[in-house]
Design a protein around this ligand. Sequence first.
Ligand code: ZN
Length: 319
Amino acid sequence: MANNSIAQSGNYIGVDLSAQTLRVALVAGDGQVLERRETVLDGEIVSRQTASIVQELRDHAASIEAIGIGIPGLVNPQTHEVVISSGMPSAEHGNLQVELSNLTGLPVALENDANAAAYGEYITGTGRGSRNMFYVTLGQGIGGAIILGGKLWLGASGFAGEFGHITIDPDGAECVCGNTGCLETVASAPNIVRRTHERLFRDGTSSLSKLSMNRDFTAADIAREARNGDDFALLMIERTGRYIGTAVASVINLLNIERIVLGGGVMEAGDLILDPIIREAGRRSFQPCFEATQIVAAGLGADAVAIGAAMLARDAEQI
Ligand SMILES: [Zn+2]
């Protein structure tokens, strides 16, 4: 865990730009969150908005060494420019890293949000203690990240770990990536809602479900009804878990990875989704690989991206 004591003596700022809410955390060198700030993200003025919160947090900490930012897009590891960002198109114009560094006078590290969350879980969450870890985030979209020997494995061009675009059904629905039947087309939060709507129409017995009384239910509502014992909601969560477990089996076979950490809003269903994921992964993966893998829920919740981004800024020279 510890890198070097000098790097850990200061504090860091972690910024999460992965959602509509801009989250900024003041993070100690050991990964503990000291202060948090949240505001509605304005994509047009994101640099200035972030810089003013950084200034506010500076009043709480004697020394801030660097800023790390997690963004919902792909970052070119050479130029640090945002290459693709579906969640924050404005980030593709201009250079967020340079702008924020100029405004604050601090070094700024930019990283994909899934990579940042993975690193956060690895340092202080449920990935702690592992050397090799695969991280999955299941929310509005599905992302993944690979940590091998304590370092993020970025791949040939920086885009490794696109777990959401593993093919689950060759004849499945069209995905935003151009492929058909990606995991994301069935197991992201909006697609869990879509499948649930479709099945409510098809399946007569589902009218007993509380979900049939609410046309605008969300993935969180489905998870809540499942926890309350609603059989139809349970079935949808269970099936979603089986899809995710099918993709997890591929990861296990490919990497013989020590630990798989699953985070994001979809995992708020807890064991109701984790159990079918583990069962399906066990059924579909090569047994000696499966037996060496711990599959666990993430531990940092909404702080994961900010903590991880801060720790990536801390370790920027080592990584
Ligand atoms: Zn896809």
